[in-house]
Design a protein. Structure first.
Length: 224
């Protein structure tokens, strides 16, 4: 079974369970995740772990992705919460109007819109179907796995005593290929997907530039 192939706009939230300012943006990402035209992803960074609570979903790889965006978007520093919209702009996610404006800009018809497809091959894994596309330069194809929701009781740090809910929590990020815009099919075995229910593909300009296209699929993962 393949997912809907309509183009989607990617919203990446860089967040931490150790950040007292993050829960409102986490909640907003949960709302955005329900929209069919949005692929919402939560990347947990690790640079707040030292203040008392080690975020169980944080990774230095996700922190480095945020730093890459800071370079690409000419930011002076990284911060949380930060929502990056389709690799083109950023804001905290605390001002919903600002994020809606960034989404509207990303969805303007003058931007190239690529719609890759993910095909679920069941126990053998997935296939990613890349249509022909006029790419100005070879693009990065990223594989993202994520869990739809996690609830956490925070025992220490700035959010001590809080019950936090995080949505579309990224568990792994892998650079699959450099793609030149020619029709292609990428086969990904099941052992590279782990137990995550969500799988996404991001097609992006090199060095964390604008995103050209994305797709997501919810897998049926057998429980133990």
């Amino acid at each position: 079974m393949a997912q809907d192939s309509r183009p989607v706009t990617v919203v990446e939230l860089f967040t931490s369970q150790g950040c007292s300012s993050c829960p409102p943006s986490d909640a907003y990402l949960g709302e955005l995740s329900k929209r069919p035209d949005i692929l919402a992803l939560s990347f947990h960074v690790d640079y707040w772990d030292y203040i008392g609570w080690k975020d169980p979903y944080a990774s230095p790889q996700f922190t480095e992705r945020q730093r890459g965006y800071a370079r690409s978007l000419k930011q002076r520093y990284v911060y949380t919460p930060e929502m990056v919209v389709h690799g083109r702009g950023h804001d905290t996610g605390l001002d919903r109007g600002a994020i809606r404006e960034l989404i509207a800009v990303a969805q303007k018809p003058q931007w190239p819109r690529l719609a890759p497809r993910i095909v679920d091959r069941g126990a053998t894994g997935i296939s990613v179907v890349m249509p022909e596309f006029q790419a100005p330069q070879p693009c990065d194809v990223w594989l993202v796995t994520y869990d739809p929701e996690h609830k956490t009781k925070v025992l220490r740090g700035e959010n001590r005593g809080s019950d936090l809910t995080n949505y579309n929590v990224v568990r792994s990020l892998t650079l699959l290929a450099k793609w030149d815009g020619k029709p292609a099919e990428l086969n990904i075995p099941a052992d590279k997907l782990g137990a995550a229910r969500g799988v996404a593909i991001l097609v992006q300009h090199p060095d964390l530039g604008p995103i050209m296209g994305a797709a997501a699929l919810t897998r049926a993962v057998a429980s133990n």
